[in-house]
Design a protein. Structure first.
Length: 115
């Protein structure tokens, strides 16, 4: 069982920045891949960014150049640096981990961007 706990969300003005963190209950190096997803009201959950054990990253087109995913193996923490935030980035953001064919989710954290 992998437990994921997100932190760092909140309210920010358009153009501002936030940094989300996700702490894992297991060694982050043991996970095949991790990622961030988000779900806005009335919309389906969508990919934000992923990172593999080998450090390969993938971003949704609308996040490229604004968001950066990274991980700290020493702290077992996944991070998402979000810059140039837009009102349409408002959503609940979820941390995700994949290992041994299983998928785990955090409880989600609210990010609200005001115009």
């Amino acid at each position: 069982q992998v437990r994921l706990v997100e932190s760092g969300g909140g309210l920010v003005q358009a153009g501002g920045s936030l940094r989300l963190s996700c702490t894992t209950s297991v060694s982050i190096s043991s996970l095949d891949a991790m990622g961030w997803y988000r779900q806005a009201p009335g919309k389906q959950r969508e990919l934000v960014a992923t990172i593999t054990t080998g450090g390969h990253t993938n971003y949704a087109d609308s996040m490229k150049g604004r968001f950066t995913i990274s991980r700290d193996s020493a702290k077992n923490t996944l991070s998402l640096q979000m810059n140039s935030l837009k009102p349409e980035d408002t959503a609940v953001y979820y941390c995700n981990a994949r290992t041994y064919g299983q998928i785990y989710w955090g409880q989600g954290i609210q990010v609200t961007v005001s115009s």
